[in-house]
Design a protein around this ligand. Structure first.
Ligand SMILES: [Zn+2]
Length: 232
């Protein structure tokens, strides 16, 4: 079950990597609802999220999220304490906006910019909005664990490569790397001294080494070098 969950995460992250240039370290933007759910489920986000994404991760939030949590007072004080531990992503909202508007704004900016965000929320309305923004990975808490949302229809439509294509690309890459390694090995052989041509000398060296009590390996190495220079 656990392996399946991580495999699914890996598949989704690969999709976002190939189509939307999501690369680690990942930036995960959390809102108050997500922090509150983490508190209820006793999840340590700083520990669980990097484990789930299996890469270096920066947990972030925005000033608008913090301001909104402050407004709720004691009701969401625990969530506020959690959110305050995280880095602040600049949203440039001088007058604080509703947290959901702020995060949707950052997701839209991320879709066209270099700074990519995964958005972590339990807010259904925000989730629906995020699903319309192409290339936005969404994270939520369910079954006492963090999970990535399935790729949204909008994102699927806006992506150039589907998951099968990515699989093929990965296999092709593996093949190319495999071929390169074979070529490298062949080249190495070519460059080195032909073991057959210096077989006699090597034998002599080994015999000599045994006789003189010198270690075979050292003798071999010396002889091979000499042979290589004389051939050239
Ligand atoms: Zn904001």
């Amino acid at each position: 079950m656990k392996v399946k969950r991580l495999k699914r995460a890996n598949r989704l992250l690969t999709f976002y990597k190939y189509n939307f240039k999501f690369l680690p370290p990942y930036r995960v933007l959390v809102d108050g609802t997500f922090c509150n759910a983490a508190l209820q489920e006793k999840l340590n986000l700083a520990e669980q999220i990097p484990k789930y994404l299996t890469e270096e991760t920066h947990l972030m939030t925005t000033n608008c999220v913090l301001k909104e949590l402050e407004k709720f007072g004691p009701l969401l004080y625990g969530a506020l304490v959690i959110a305050k531990q995280f880095e602040i992503a600049e949203c440039n909202h001088h007058t604080p906006k509703a947290a959901s508007d702020c995060l949707a704004h950052l997701a839209r900016r991320a879709a066209s910019g270099k700074t990519k965000y995964l958005i972590a929320t339990q807010d259904d309305e925000l989730t629906e909005k995020l699903r319309t923004i192409v290339g936005t990975p969404i994270m939520y808490i369910k079954f006492k664990t963090v999970l990535l949302d399935n790729v949204s229809e909008a994102t699927k439509a806006g992506s150039t490569k589907d998951e099968n294509e990515i699989k093929k690309l990965k296999e092709l890459k593996k093949e190319i790397i495999g071929v390169e390694e074979v070529i490298k090995k062949k080249k190495k052989k070519k460059g080195g001294a032909n073991p057959l041509s210096c077989k006699k000398k090597l034998m002599k060296a080994t015999v000599e080494a045994v006789r003189t009590g010198e270690r075979t390996a050292t003798g071999k190495r010396k002889r091979t070098k000499k042979k290589a220079t004389t051939v050239e």
